[in-house]
Ligand binder design. Structure first.
Ligand code: AMP
Length: 220
């Protein structure tokens, strides 16, 4: 099963995909996490991507698609959830071609929708553990010990692209470049819209329902 989780920054893609990975044993392919890993190691790809990420812009398609194709090969045909990819129409086309070339096809595109005001609130208070990637929110889901990860006690950080200026830009970039990707998938009949402003448990329930139905219909 190949599933794409689409949605504006702050709509809960990261949190929800982690849950689905655990609940359904999916392979998590998150291009944002992959880029952050490259930044941490200051790889050549990380250095190329840094300024785009810091300012809240998209990393150019040729870099992103090449990185993604390598990652798809590493999944060896296992059921996968794509989180944060595709973000442009060209990326969506590249994913279609990549899956077809490998004798596969996309099964679902799940779109988490949310209002701009709610997204800004969520992103502004978001705290991330740099060690294990766990996501918290200052008020909505605070860690037990303020400023420290519940899992590994590491000091939590605010992502550089969760600064107010970058947040505004990321939402604008989403509206201009990624919202058309939802329309692209709508035309294929694969798109399922989910209200991402509901409490996280409710969002989980809806996502699970769609994916479990797909499994019981015989998708791998
Ligand atoms: P995310 O963690 O998914 O919010 O991604 C963080 C940042 O990584 C984005 O704001 C982009 O700069 C970059 N990025 C992640 N995925 C993509 C993608 N599919 N295409 C281009 N840039 C991406």
């Amino acid at each position: 099963m190949y599933c794409v989780l689409l949605g504006p920054p702050g709509s809960g893609k990261g949190t929800q995909s982690e849950f689905l990975v655990e609940a359904l044993g999916l392979i998590h392919v998150a291009t944002g996490d992959m880029f952050r890993e490259h930044l941490r190691h200051q790889s050549e790809l990380g250095r190329k991507a840094q300024s785009y990420i810091d300012e809240g812009n998209l990393v150019p398609d040729e870099i992103t698609i090449a990185m993604l194709l390598e990652r798809i090969d590493a999944t060896q045909g296992g059921s996968t959830i794509f989180d944060g990819f595709p973000r442009t129409i060209d990326q969506a086309r590249a994913l279609d071609i990549a899956l077809t070339d490998r004798g596969q096809k996309g099964d679902h595109v799940l779109l988490l929708e949310g209002s701009s005001e709610e997204l800004v609130l969520r992103l502004g208070g978001r705290l991330t553990c740099p060690a294990d990637g766990t996501i918290y929110h200052e008020t909505k889901s605070p860690p037990e010990i303020p400023g420290h990860c519940d899992q590994c006690s590491n000091l939590l950080m605010q992502r550089s692209d969760d600064e107010p200026k970058a947040i505004t830009n990321r939402i604008q970039v989403y509206n201009e470049q990624t919202a058309p990707v939802a329309e692209y998938y709508e035309q294929t009949g694969m798109l399922v819209r989910i209200d991402g402003s509901q409490p996280p448990n409710q969002v989980r329930g809806e996502l699970l329902k769609v994916l479990k139905e797909s499994r019981s219909n015989g998708d791998t």
